[in-house]
Design a protein around this ligand. Structure first.
Ligand code: KIV
Length: 276
């Protein structure tokens, strides 16, 4: 498969072809996503909850992101790889934001960075884009500021819809190449998608966005703490894997594993006798 670029993603919107995107945090998952032909991989800071057991994404560090972006890039050479900028890595100054965005590209080797926020981060987005780094924006429900939002709730309901639309327009103006819309009413997802020239990628934003993103562990049934309404569980690998582990335990206890075919020879009878 030829390498997916930001230009190709824009062309997909222009011709009305839907864009698929999923998270991955390691090499084997990246290899599977690449094989499936999905266009974009997000190495998201959801890593902290899905894989590292935290109850929010806030504690994520630059070093953790770089550590996880590297194997994903190796496993999925054709996909467009987006690296998440952790909370606090772009909020102090434009200089800090450009420095950290460049680190994700130079050390992690991803193609694009993603950061959360609306109008208030538009200048930061512009500074990063001006420095030569493509940016995917992220508005609506922004998990890094979930305490400020008062919990994992649908955003942009009623009069607040105007604010989300203004955020989207400001981020497009600032040079973002696409925008994630998380947990907003379907009608608002449709409106923003129609108003913007750049692609929108929805997660809980309804059926009319230009693309969809899902957290791998949610869609595969590997994260049991809670399953948001917008998640479609394509498999329940968590219970499949638990069943396999129970079988393995039984086999070890009963001696059914290992069988002769899993063993090595190589010591003659004579040699053995001498050793005994
Ligand atoms: O970190 C992440 O996985 C995300 C998605 C929920 C879009 O930001």
């Amino acid at each position: 498969m030829a390498k997916i670029t930001t230009l190709k993603i824009q062309e997909m919107k222009d011709r009305g072809e839907k864009i698929s995107m999923v998270t991955a945090y390691d090499y084997p998952t990246a290899c599977m996503v690449e094989k499936a032909g999905i266009e974009i991989i997000l190495v998201g800071d959801s890593l902290m909850m899905a894989v590292l057991g935290d109850d929010s994404t806030v504690s994520c560090t630059m070093d953790q992101m770089i550590h996880h972006i590297k194997p994903v890039v190796k496993g999925a050479p054709s996909c467009l790889i987006v690296g998440d900028m952790p909370f606090g890595s772009y909020n102090e100054s434009k200089k800090q934001a450009v420095h950290n965005a460049a680190r994700l590209l130079k050390e992690g080797r991803c193609d694009v960075v993603k950061l959360e926020g609306g109008k208030e981060v538009a200048d930061t987005v512009k500074a990063i884009v001006d420095a030569g780094v493509p940016v995917m924006a992220h508005i609506g429900l922004t998990p890094q500021t979930v305490s400020k939002l008062g919990g994992f709730k649908v955003q942009g309901k009623g009069e607040a819809a105007k604010d989300v639309l203004e955020d989207a327009l400001a981020l497009q103006e600032a040079g973002a190449f696409s925008i994630v819309l998380e947990c907003i009413p379907e009608q608002l997802g449709k409106l923003i998608t129609e108003k913007l020239d750049i692609p929108t990628i929805g997660i809980g934003a309804g059926r009319y966005t230009d693309g969809q993103v899902m957290v791998f562990h949610d869609m595969m049934g590997l994260f049991e703490k809670f399953v948001p309404k917008f998640v479609k569980q394509y498999r329940n690998l968590g219970s499949e894997i638990t069943k396999a582990l129970e079988e393995y335990k039984e086999d070890v206890k009963s001696g059914a594993f290992p069988e002769e075919k899993h063993t090595f020879g190589g010591v003659s009878e004579e040699e053995l006798k001498r050793l005994y």
